[in-house]
Design a protein around this ligand. Structure first.
Ligand code: PLP
Length: 380
């Protein structure tokens, strides 16, 4: 007899993963351009792989310090100092964890009491809502404005006595939206005014095609500002499972307890790989980012020949495409696109009700394939 906890009934399976599985099956019968998966199509750079191998051969195969290998924490702090002029004490304000996703889960476990509300801007990454629910919190989604921009005008009126946290993702998966410094200043000011935690998930911070401001740069609100980052997207290291949390010492001390009792530490070899990623040449990061930008430009330029419309992303490797012209139900959009054009995408609805007229395209296919995608979309 199965006696699952009640909270499990609140969770939905990830639609992007379900779609990826469907594509795998269909691909045997037809040529599908798969734009579903949130994973770089590049392999991890060679020097990073070599560093992991070296760590294995040198016997660095045991548990590490729970918060992470000291050199890696120092490298992360150094990186934030150089890149963002932000100061973090490596030993007390940096926690290395098995992926940013796990880090976000720790934050929900650390801060949410039953019924506490977390404010999110639609469209947003689908796992946030589930992680909040799993910790008995309540996600409060603010519908997007036209063209999927976050509606900051509705932020203050969305705050209630139950609100505990504002969670932003910058740049945004799935829209590629980048919050401006002014917008961040406004969000931070409201967090201070209403005594809220503010979390910024910056996992795509090096895949940005304009000026970027990190929450780490707001040093005067360190008592409430938490930055989550990682290596999965920037360095094409999704399978290595390394992320980190940056926050003031009292918060890291509490979050660290959850980490100690659940993961112990992140994988030792992956941490040495991440160390090489941060301390070695950054050429591959810039190169991959340039490729994503040129794919975005290619899609942006070609979409005018189709009945669809693309919201220009300023970061990430995703783009939201307005598919209203399909005249399908919001939950059927990606299925329609798949059957009519052989293009696999994820329903915008997965990222919020206000994104129902869109699908997310993951631009993780080469130029030739994206050209083919445009060609298919231009045919009726
Ligand atoms: N945050 C966002 C917005 C993401 O899109 C993803 C992965 O798709 C993650 C976090 C997960 O990152 P990680 O691989 O470090 O767990």
């Amino acid at each position: 007899m199965q006696k699952f906890a009640q909270r499990l009934s609140l969770l939905k399976a990830s639609e992007s993963m379900a779609m990826a599985q469907k594509v795998k099956e269909l691909q045997k019968a037809m040529d599908i351009i798969d734009l579903t998966f949130g994973q770089p199509d590049f392999d991890t750079p060679e020097h990073i792989k070599q560093a992991a191998w070296k760590a294995i051969c040198e016997g660095k195969n045991g548990y590490t310090a729970s918060y992470g290998v000291v050199e890696l924490r120092q490298a992360i702090a150094e990186f934030y100092q150089q890149y963002y002029r932000a100061q973090y004490a490596p030993l007390k304000e940096v926690l290395v964890c098995p992926g940013a996703k796990q880090g976000i889960m720790y934050l929900m476990q650390a801060f949410l009491n039953p019924g506490d509300e977390v404010i999110l801007f639609e469209p947003c990454w689908l796992s946030y809502g589930d992680m909040i629910l799993l910790n008995e919190g309540v996600p409060k989604f603010i519908p997007a404005k036209a063209d999927l921009a976050p509606d900051l005008n509705r932020l203050e009126s969305s705050i209630s006595p139950k609100t505990k946290m504002i969670l932003i993702n910058n740049p945004v998966n799935p829209s590629g939206y980048v919050f401006s410094r002014k917008e961040l200043e406004y969000i931070v000011a409201l967090a201070v005014k209403h005594d809220l935690i503010i979390v910024s998930d910056e996992i795509y911070d090096r895949i940005v095609f304009m000026d970027f401001t990190s929450l780490s740069q707001f040093e005067n609100v360190r008592d409430r500002a938490i930055v989550v980052g990682g290596f999965s997207k920037n360095y094409a290291m999704t399978g290595w499972r390394i992320g980190y949390i940056l926050a003031a010492e009292p918060m890291i001390a509490k979050i660290g307890l959850i980490h100690q009792h659940t993961a112990t530490c992140a994988s030792s070899q992956s941490q040495y790989a991440a160390l090489a990623a941060l301390t070695g040449s950054q050429d591959s990061v810039s190169q991959m980012s340039r490729v994503y930008q040129s794919r975005r430009d290619l899609m942006g330029a070609g979409i005018g020949r189709t009945p669809f419309r693309l919201i220009k992303p300023e970061g990430t490797f995703y783009a939201m495409m307005d598919v209203s012209s399909l005249r399908a139900e919001p939950e059927k959009n990606s299925q329609e696109l798949l059957t009519r054009y052989g293009i696999a995408s994820v329903n915008g609805l997965s990222y919020g009700q206000s994104a129902g007229a869109y699908v997310r395209l993951s631009l993780t296919q080469g130029e030739a394939r994206l050209q083919e995608c445009l060609q298919r979309l231009s045919k009726n």
